[in-house]
Write a protein that binds this ligand. Structure first.
Ligand code: SF4
Ligand code: FES
Length: 260
């Protein structure tokens, strides 16, 4: 709830890096006053307007929808992916979560698989490689069938929808001490593998996506930091489902190979 007042004398320590191979450093900026109703990205917008007016280079950061939908925003704020509010993407974070006089440290995602492009922007394209590895989904062509032609138990539909909430932001990777992408990959697999429509390619999909994930990211050792950092509060249950499907895929595919 808004308290309708201004925060004063904030110090922002922001990571500046001219390019992928340039050395990075923190730079400090004083914000004399900002409304507690401003979003965190509006704070950066206001700072950037000031920098541009002073003839300095604006701070590069990722953003798009600003509604918690697209997964583009990606800031490590005081060491927490997406900042101090649980279940909240950076773009949904507001200044009322901070105090006057506070020093706020803002960094990009730190993960080997996500190299820094510039300042606070990283390259998250290894996520695209995992999704690409999932391939196509068999679906009937023609007119859309009636929704109730394929009965799906409500708990199954709910679990699938919960997994489908993943916006691909990468906070799970940034929060993981191993830089693992198991929560993301598990979510992408679960939302298809739980449903009847996702069965045709279920095991080839699990095998291909997990093996692509392993080419780019670290290994999961069940720290659980990913679930705590996830703005969509995706459950680590999806990792257990992914591992179970991967294991079954190896047996299933071995049997298929032996018949070939
Ligand atoms: S699982 Fe959560 S933290 Fe990871 S990419 Fe999806 S929404 Fe972001
Ligand atoms: S900018 Fe789209 S989720 Fe934050």
């Amino acid at each position: 709830m808004s308290t309708g007042h201004d925060l004063t004398n904030l110090t922002l320590r922001i990571w500046r890096q001219a390019g992928p191979d340039a050395p990075g450093r923190f730079e400090e900026y004083l914000i004399e006053s900002i409304s507690d109703e401003a979003s965190f990205l509006e704070l950066l917008d206001i700072l950037n307007e000031r920098l541009i007016a002073e003839g300095k280079e604006a701070i590069v950061f990722d953003h798009d929808c600003r509604e918690g939908i697209c997964g583009t925003c990606s800031l490590m704020i005081d060491g927490q992916a997406h900042g101090p509010a649980r279940g909240t993407a950076t773009c949904q974070l507001h200044m009322r979560k901070f105090e006057s006089g506070q020093t706020i440290t803002i960094e990009p995602w730190r993960a080997n698989a996500f190299p820094i492009v510039k300042d606070l922007m990283v390259d998250r394209s290894p996520f695209d490689r995992i999704v690409e590895a999932g391939g196509f989904i068999t679906a009937e062509t023609g007119g859309a069938p009636d929704a109730n032609l394929i009965p799906i138990p409500k708990p199954v539909a709910d679990a699938s929808m919960d997994a489908a909430e993943c916006i691909g932001c990468g906070a799970c990777v940034a929060a993981c001490p191993n830089g693992a992408a198991s929560l993301f990959t598990g979510a992408k697999l679960a939302h298809l593998n739980l449903l009847p429509q996702g069965q045709a390619e279920r095991f080839t999909r699990a095998e291909a996506m997990v093996e692509t994930m392993e080419q780019h990211f670290g290994s999961c050792t069940n720290h659980g930091e990913c679930e705590a950092a996830c703005p969509k509060e995706i459950s680590i249950d999806v990792i257990a489902m992914m591992n179970a499907d991967y294991l079954k895929a190896k047996f299933k595919n071995r049997k298929s190979l032996s018949r070939a």
